[in-house]
Design a protein around this ligand. Structure first.
Ligand code: ADP
Length: 450
């Protein structure tokens, strides 16, 4: 096992990794930008080292600085968290070239899944059901129009190198295709430096269901059920739960086995998430994320496993510590993402936290790097915490969420907390009847004002 792990991230996820390290008796090294010198992850890790100025590109994304930080501190492995360098295959290659261990899958698996066309082709070959669409990239508008005709509108034009909901445009008919195609392409070029796009049938009322998988690269692979992340704004998740309110045990076992078999056959090592759209009882693969997800705690809650601990063990060459038969679902868990954003427009709202009180009690987990007096820097993602609850069933989890939100105090900045108070008043949230468009429609209809 490693003696010392460097965490190439910040905020709540860096704390999450520090916590796993401490329980395993592993020393942790925090890296930070000059803007984060007083951040909680720096305070909580065993050691810390400054790796550059405030902008992410000069610090948390600076590969030479991170490698140098490992050399200076003697860390043997790097946990990338999510975002930043977590799915950067060049980084993984460089880490390995320096005889360090990347806590995550191989560079080859990351690049395979980072290119969405290759990912879809691979999954199709492994028997995973995919959204119908173009065979590979679509070179020009004429080809796009042919595909629109073949599959029928609406269709969605998506960036091959996509991520974070960027480079995606829907065309509802042939007239809209030229603009959708050009916009998706130029967005893709600007965001990813790669303007290749592909086209999929646009599903109109799907849910977003993702399967958590884990492989150890030694022939063992399991699934840890699904998370329903359908409540999204601009393709960004805000509320996640496990198990999915609409997924039956039979469906879970069926799609779970397909996913576990696929990662087993790939020889995949580490945590991964296979994302699907789910409509009328059918699953359609959209992408695989080769890292820990923001919403992993809901899965940890219902299965009683520590996914970060497992990532570290697998990276150290140990086999999975559980089998599929060991994994039994216990209750229901919900996570809400707390962002430093001003409603109703969700505009980023960094600033100084003048008072902070985290909720507690049975079944409540608060993953956050906030503290009293903390000054949230304006340079990074607006996620400031995740409130995660666990109950014996969905109803209890919702009641607990309501109770915990009532205890939470974050003063000095505006946050998305009022959004969740409002959502908990809605019947559809209680019955679990929502799809990926529900939240935006509700916001457009003035849901926040009621
Ligand atoms: P990204 O990697 O940018 O997050 P995804 O492929 O995961 O892109 O898609 C993000 C979201 O966009 C999905 O959760 C869903 O809301 C929407 N989406 C993507 N593909 C489709 C599709 N074929 N039909 C309907 N919605 C889609």
């Amino acid at each position: 096992m490693f003696d010392k792990i460097l965490i190439a991230n910040r905020g709540e996820i860096a704390l999450r990794v520090v916590r796993a390290c401490r329980e395993m008796g592993i020393q942790s090294v925090a890296v930070h930008s000059t803007a984060d010198a007083d951040a909680m992850h720096v305070r909580m890790a065993d050691e810390s080292i400054c790796i550059g100025p405030a902008p992410g590109t000069d610090s948390y994304l600076s590969i030479p600085s991170i490698i140098a930080a490992c050399e200076v501190t003697g860390a043997q492995a790097i946990h990338p968290g999510y975002g930043f360098l977590s799915e950067n295959q060049r980084f993984v290659q460089i880490v390995e070239d320096h005889d360090l261990k990347f806590i995550g899958p191989t560079a080859q698996h990351i690049s395979m899944m980072g290119d969405k066309i290759t990912a879809k082709d691979t999954m199709k070959e492994l028997g995973v059901p995919c959204v119908p669409g173009s065979e590979g990239g679509v070179p020009d508008v004429d080809a796009a129009l042919k595909i629109g005709e073949e599959f029928g509108y609406p269709v969605i034009v998506k960036a091959t190198a996509g991520g974070g909901g960027r480079g995606m445009k829907v065309a509802y008919d042939a007239d809209e295709m030229a603009i959708a195609f050009a916009t998706a392409r130029s967005e893709a070029k600007a965001a990813f430096g790669n303007d290749e796009v592909y086209i999929e049938k646009y599903l109109t009322t799907p849910r977003h269901i993702e399967i958590q998988v884990f492989g150890d690269g030694q022939g063992n692979a399991v699934h840890l059920g699904e998370r329903d992340c359908s409540l999204q704004r601009r393709h960004q998740k805000v509320f996640e739960e496990a198990p999915g309110p609409c997924i039956s045990p039979e469906e879970r076992a069926h799609i779970g086995k397909i996913c576990a078999d696929a990662v087993g056959r790939m020889g995949y090592a580490g945590a991964g998430t296979i994302e699907f759209l789910y409509e009328k009882g059918e699953f359609y693969f959209i992408e695989m994320n080769t890292r820990l997800q923001v919403e992993h705690p809901v899965t940890e809650n219902i299965f009683g496993v520590d996914l970060v601990r497992e990532q570290i063990r697998v990276a150290a060459g140990l086999p999975l510590s559980f089998t599929q038969d060991d994994l039994k679902i216990n209750g229901h868990s919900i996570e809400v993402r707390l962002n430093a954003e001003r409603l109703p427009n969700f505009t980023p709202n960094p600033g100084q936290v003048t008072a902070y009180h985290a909720p507690g009690g049975l079944g409540v987990r608060m993953d956050s790097a906030l503290y009293n007096g903390y000054k949230i820097p304006p340079y990074y993602d607006s996620l400031i915490g995740k409130l995660i609850v666990h109950g014996r069933d969905r109803q209890e989890a919702l009641a607990r969420l309501h109770r915990a939100l009532g205890e939470l105090i974050i003063d000095g900045i505006e946050t998305t907390v009022p959004l969740f108070h409002a959502l908990l008043q809605e019947k559809d949230i209680h019955t679990g009847e929502y799809n990926i468009h529900w939240l935006e429609k509700w916001l457009d209809a003035g849901g926040l004002d009621r």
